[in-house]
Design a protein around this ligand. Sequence first.
Ligand code: SAH
Ligand code: ZN
Ligand code: ZN
Ligand code: ZN
Ligand code: ZN
Length: 471
Amino acid sequence: MAALRDRLGDVEAEGSTSHQGSSGVEVVLHSDPATPAPLCPHGPTLLFVKVSQGKEETRRFYACSACRDRKDCSFFQWEDEKLSGARLAAREAHNRTCQPPLSRTKCVERYLKFIELPLSQRKFCQGCQQLLLPDDWEKHLEHQVVGDISVTQLKRPSQLLYPLENKKTNAQYLFADRSCHFLIDLLSTLEFRRVLCVGTPSCFRLHELIRLKASGDKKSNIKSLLLDIDFRYSQFYVEDSFCHYNMFNHHFFDGKAALEVCRTFLQEDKGEGVIMVTDPPFGGLVEPLAVTFKKLIAMWKEGQSQGNNHKELPIFWIFPYFFESRICQFFPSFCMLDYQVDYDNHALYKHGKTGRKQSPVRIFTNIPPNKIILPVEEGYRFCPLCQRYVSLENQHCEHCNSCTSKDGRKWNHCFLCKKCVKPSWIHCSICNHCALPDHSCEGPKDGCFICGELDHKREPSESRSKEKVIR
Ligand code: SAH
Ligand code: ZN
Ligand code: ZN
Ligand code: ZN
Ligand code: ZN
């Protein structure tokens, strides 16, 4: 584990410094309305540039915003490539065939029928990941079908559906119960009444369940709207609580009507009492996510009354700690909480058996950290000097005047580097900074933080694993 954690650190270094000498594929932010990006089945594509040895190749290309694996979306087009009418038509046809088989309206109709059925007739096909109406039964006779789908199960589809964790596109890692409850309790302590859940299906609706239980028959007054690319969720929700959405290009698959659902949700009560919670796939690029979140923020701002201009849309962005500098670059008002978010179905991001925390995943937020109480029983304490809750091991460094640890371990102050560093690092007089004892002084060797291989960062080298802002 120690080696793994230190590799995470290398990615951290990569995330915060320039990409001199690095190779990979980087995203180009362009917003020239005269040349709109071509569309793949996942909405507008993004413009990328290949970089080798720190140099950008001149020929740029468009590829899918959502899928990091060519197998999931094979879209490719050179920036300067002109397509024939026939090829464009074929592409459009292909994009259409990739859309979900049922319209959003049809899904809602089916859902409303389903909840009217007696318990004994409420069936779910695990193979097809689909709620079945009596007319469908025949087609699923040979499939794995579960019956007696309760209202509780319908309210927690993330438990009913299998997580799409093998797909790089979805990377559906669900919060462990304790983290989910922590988040939900926090939302209610902070008195939010509406939650815009961007790719956080397991958090979605759970709070309603808890509140329903707590308040007896009284209806919960927390509302939530889920935006997710996983269309399976659309079977479980009516129009105003789910939108099929791509967070890497702010694309609503169901067009304007869905966009309006989102706008209405954000602007209700003049935008009061709403928070956005997002847990994007960690392999995703920070830059397009930041662009998207700024669009959602702008949508919320439109609904603000005059004089409220200084206000910000409260946000929880759940992401690994080594993206801190990148995220804060786009959102300077954000700070990173020390709370370690745990996942149930993620081998890496789970608390170890020993109780030692291992998750590198944190919450980035623009809510003042002193308002966010971290649970003492999970090993957090309040630092009066920093005015925030930190993990017990994270000691206040009098030289840095801050609780400096990022990974939950005690960091040591290096007087040569003039900052705190990981306990496993030592000062290298050749490199003139602290590094792992077995580092190579010639250059960075940062492997994949998932598998530890040195030849790639997160996934096989062909795929896009780096990013850079080019303006
Ligand atoms: N921890 C969260 C799940 C995070 S997994 C929870 O417990 O609720 C990432 C989520 O983002 C998944 O639900 C996945 O379907 C969704 N997702 C992945 N790519 C997306 C995209 N391009 N746009 C919108 N949602 C996406
Ligand atoms: Zn695509
Ligand atoms: Zn402190
Ligand atoms: Zn220090
Ligand atoms: Zn060295």
